[in-house]
Design a protein around this ligand. Structure first.
Ligand SMILES: Nc1ncnc2c1ncn2[C@@H]1O[C@H](COP(=O)(O)OP(=O)(O)OP(=O)(O)O)[C@@H](O)[C@H]1O
Length: 232
């Protein structure tokens, strides 16, 4: 298995309203290709802060972050932006779809920015493959108002997958969905790992967490194996 990322002793302190607050106090995390990891933790424990560091929206105060063999702990924003679009896919609780574009056009938007020129036919094939992968190729021509919440989230996942990222970061992607619909979304995320993508899922849903290969809990700024894992 190829090691995709390795975080060692990562710390982050944020400016609080009254005083600075250490959110991450020595996080260690390694994710390999094809692996799925769930991160649980109470509200405010720092899960989104951790994802934003992994996704290079922010940098740690100390510690080491390796992407493949490269130390990107203190990478400049310009290079970070290039890596973000080339190596990472992002899925959030809100779908952020453009409602006047079809599902296929929404997915194609991810290929317009920063992917270099590609013949239209090739772009279309990639878009359809991504929609197929998440089980909604038949809805390609539908606009978001005609799609259910779960279908819209799967369009958002297809948009994240169409660039073939190495790592998929999902922050509460089922937070706005019922359990059954949420399960379809988790299936769609899982399909990425079968193609070698690493998946990090932040969730409050223990059933969804238990479908990941590993379940970790963020407590007091550190990650440790979650104890509530239900072994089938
Ligand atoms: N930009 C910021 N500046 C200062 N404090 C922040 C900032 N962003 C988040 N925080 C605080 O850092 C703490 C961790 O926030 P974070 O969003 O990472 O938690 P979380 O575990 O993702 O929470 P939730 O499950 O509610 O989404 C919270 O106390 C939050 O209020």
């Amino acid at each position: 298995m190829t090691r995709l990322i390795q975080l060692s002793a990562i710390t982050k302190t944020l400016k609080g309203q009254q005083q600075p607050r250490t959110i991450l106090a020595g996080v260690d995390l390694t994710v390999h290709s094809g692996e799925s990891v769930a991160i649980l933790g109470r509200s405010g424990s720092g899960k989104s802060t951790l994802l934003s560091l992994i996704g290079l929206f922010d940098r740690p105060d100390s510690g080491q972050y390796l992407l493949g063999a490269d130390d990107i702990s203190r990478i400049a924003e310009r290079k970070a932006a290039a890596l973000r679009s080339a190596q990472f896919g992002f899925v959030f609780q809100r779908f952020f779809l453009l409602k006047n574009l079809t599902a296929a056009q929404n997915v194609a938007m991810a290929l317009v920015n920063g992917q270099g020129w590609q013949p239209r036919r090739m772009r279309k094939a990639r878009v359809m493959a991504a929609l197929e992968q998440v089980g909604i190729a038949h809805l390609a021509r539908n606009k978001p108002p005609r799609l259910s919440g779960g279908e819209q989230q799967r369009v958002a996942i297809a948009r994240a997958l169409v660039r073939e990222p190495k790592i998929l970061l999902a922050d509460e992607p089922t937070g706005a969905l019922d359990t059954e619909t949420g399960n379809l979304v988790i299936d769609a995320l899982h399909s990425a790992t079968q193609r070698g993508c690493g998946l990090i899922l932040v969730t409050h849903d223990h059933d969804h967490a238990n479908r990941m290969g590993r379940v970790l809990r963020l407590t007091d700024g550190r990650l440790s194996p979650a104890h509530e894992r239900v072994v089938a």
